[in-house]
Ligand binder design. Structure first.
Ligand SMILES: Cc1cc2nc3c(=O)[nH]c(=O)nc-3n(C[C@H](O)[C@H](O)[C@H](O)COP(=O)(O)O)c2cc1C
Length: 175
């Protein structure tokens, strides 16, 4: 029987959605049944699926509160199936902060939540100053200046390592 896989995402500027779509396309190649929803739209029971993948981006140091609320509400159900959590943020562009054990947001996330997914991953996101409203642009430029990243307001850089995304897809296939 084909396994059913659910991908739930929380994305503001679209990078977490892009990664989720990539994973979905890869999983579809092996004939799995894959469904993708924004965390805002999902109303079913997660135990209707064999594997549940949750992806969320970081804004000002935190993952979307709706993701945390969803996990807390569904913790028993999530523990009954195979699960993956992945985080998307710009700190992960740094090699020394791009694993679940070294990324500060992932470390903090799992200190505040009583959930242990089967697998955890972290991906570097997208920097696109032109997309950001004035206040956000100034803030991100400041964060980038502090962390020795690009501050030119034309900068548009996709830091996501797509080989790493593919590797997660393979792991999900083998779960
Ligand atoms: C307003 C704003 C705040 C952000 N805050 C952080 C942050 O605190 N730490 C970080 O590493 N990245 C931060 N980022 C970078 C995002 O995590 C990155 O752009 C990611 O690709 C966004 O994914 P999304 O498009 O799926 O929301 C921020 C981006 C924006 C626009």
């Amino acid at each position: 029987m084909n396994s059913r896989t659910l991908i739930l995402y929380s994305s503001v500027d679209g990078q977490t959605l892009k990664i989720s779509n990539k994973l979905r396309d890869q999983l579809l190649e092996t004939n799995q049944n894959v469904e993708l929803y924004s965390i805002d739209d999902f109303k079913e029971d997660v135990t209707n699926y064999d594997k549940v993948i949750i992806g969320a981006s970081i804004r000002y140091g935190i993952h979307n509160k709706k993701v945390i609320a969803f996990i807390n509400t569904n913790i028993k159900q999530l523990d009954a199936v195979k699960t993956v959590f992945f985080s998307v943020n710009l700190v992960a562009r740094k090699p020394e902060k791009n694993t679940p054990k070294t990324n500060p947001y992932v470390i903090k996330f799992f200190k505040t939540i009583d959930w242990t997914p089967t697998n955890v991953e972290v991906f570097a996101g997208m920097l696109d100053y032109k997309k950001y409203p004035f206040f956000d642009r100034i803030m991100i430029q400041f964060i980038m200046w502090m962390t020795k990243g690009p501050t030119n307001s034309n900068a548009k850089i996709e830091y996501t390592n797509w080989d790493k995304v593919k590797a997660l897809g393979i792991q999900i296939n083998n779960m």
